[in-house]
Write a protein that binds this ligand. Sequence first.
Ligand code: ADP
Ligand code: ADP
Length: 225
Amino acid sequence: RGQFELRRVDFTYPSGTSALRGVSLTIEAGRTTALVGLSGAGKSTVLNLLCEFYRPNAGQLLLDGHPLGDYDLHYLRQHIGLVLQKNHIFKGTIEENIRYGNFRATQADIEAAARQAYLHQQILDLPLGYGSDAQQLSGGQQQRIAIARLFLKNPPIIFLDEPTASLDAIATEQIKNSLDAIKQGRTVVIISHSLAQIFDSDCIYVLKKGEVVEHGTHGQLYEQR
Ligand code: ADP
Ligand code: ADP
């Protein structure tokens, strides 16, 4: 379970910008699907629709064969982990930011998640440890908070919108390692503007100006060039 399908989806933002036109794509359960394309191609809009932040103007959005609108929104969001480029830290402590409403998680769970995000030791080195203000962390550390949150939530569906776009090489490498560990067996959609970053995806869709222009494995797309 966890297979999404877009069938001839059109979407125009309330502002009047046409972002998707006739987009059909399949996101296979338990696999990694990449969306690539230039800025403004419509990649983030696909994720916005899959999270039901917006509804399509035309076409169909299916999850495991059923219209996405048939699912309870709360139920759906419980099963989705979302990591954006940045700006996901709220005012509060590191612990609160990793916990993110996950009230059943114990301190040990939170520390295990931080460890998997290569962040535990760095947090312990801070004078206030897990009680430190999360907003004082560097961009790379804040991104690893988002990854720790993902490990703690442990959702079957993961959406990644350029998760390493604003990071230096070391932070990028660590976050890739963390993500490789959590991707196994889950439904993952990753957005990237570069083919090199998503070479290990099972299927790649290339978007251009709101349309899917080609799709296939990394090898297939590479050979066409
Ligand atoms: P990408 O993720 O590929 O960079 P987006 O999906 O963000 O592309 O954007 C697709 C189009 O929709 C662009 O023309 C963009 O300017 C527009 N757009 C994106 N988000 C919004 C929004 N919240 N309101 C209005 N227009 C938007
Ligand atoms: P595996 O099959 O290797 O366990 P998973 O994708 O199930 O792979 O999990 C990836 C990693 O995330 C594992 O090391 C697992 O222990 C860890 N993990 C999963 N859920 C949580 C959680 N809620 N808190 C901390 N770590 C978790």
